[in-house]
Write a new protein. Structure first.
Length: 249
């Protein structure tokens, strides 16, 4: 396994790899700006933001530039989403979140839960979490390339569920990496943990690295059994586009 979760940026300022001035899909139901944090310790084969993975890459924007932009959007946006990469890898996340909260914004966070301790420390400042679950927890390394990564994700998911903070758990369904049987096992794990809001999103080719994708990435998606999502309070199947949201009955 090449990737590692031991990468520890030392910068005291949040390292930013990109900024979306306006998004209607990064936080469902909210008008938000999205701050893309630089760096990720995992190496998912289907990553759509591989340029955000290198932890030591030059930031595309300084935090002060980002903060000045957000300040100018007060009253025009509902919230700000910290996405990545993996935002919780950065020690500077906590102060950045507090500063943006101080501007009056609600705060969303996208995370895969790879650093449970830092996730726990920032959770009280978060209004909504988009939490990526990659696979049945024992099978995480198949997706992330990191041994025992499922243990970290499971610990973080438990923290999230205990917090009472609004969330959506989401899984990318890649036809060569997850079977219908895997998805049933994962669903049952999530239900037994108490997950109520769950979305399955079909793998999209856009932005991925062709040399990192499994060879049979173009095969049809596995068919989920009828009623797959019935026991969640809210279940969505996003077939091919982040904006094409289809409630499943
Ligand atoms: S956890 Fe997210 S950012 Fe990191 S490699 Fe996987 S998909 Fe990419």
């Amino acid at each position: 396994m090449n990737a590692t979760t031991s990468v520890k940026p030392t910068s005291t300022e949040l390292r930013v790899g990109g900024l979306a001035h306006l998004s209607t899909c990064d936080w469902p139901g909210e008008l938000a700006a999205t701050v893309f944090c630089q760096g990720c310790g995992w190496d998912c084969a289907y990553c759509h933001n591989p340029h955000l993975r290198p932890t030591g890459a030059e930031p595309q924007l300084s935090w002060s530039e980002v903060f000045a932009f957000l300040k100018s959007r007060r009253g025009l946006l509902d919230g700000v989403v910290f996405s990545g990469g993996e935002p919780t890898l950065q020690p500077a996340l906590f102060r950045a979140v507090q500063a943006v909260r101080g501007l009056g914004f609600r705060i969303g966070l996208h995370t895969a839960g790879m650093t449970p301790d830092r996730f726990a420390s920032v959770l009280p400042c978060i209004d909504w979490v988009g939490f990526d679950v990659k696979a049945p927890f024992h099978a995480y390394s198949r997706i992330t390339g990191v041994d025992h990564s499922g243990d970290k994700a499971l610990a973080s998911l438990r923290l999230l569920l205990a917090s009472g903070i609004a969330y959506e758990v989401r899984t990318t369904l890649h036809p060569a990496l997850l079977s219908a049987e895997d998805m049933v096992e994962l669903r049952d794990q999530l239900l037994s943990l108490g997950v109520t809001h769950y979305a399955v999103q079909h793998f999209r080719l856009a932005g991925t690295r062709p040399n990192r994708l499994p060879p049979d990435s173009h095969q049809p998606q596995p068919i989920l059994p009828p009623g797959y999502g019935d026991r969640f309070h809210h279940f969505y199947l996003r077939r091919s586009s982040l904006t094409a949201v289809t409630p499943e009955s």
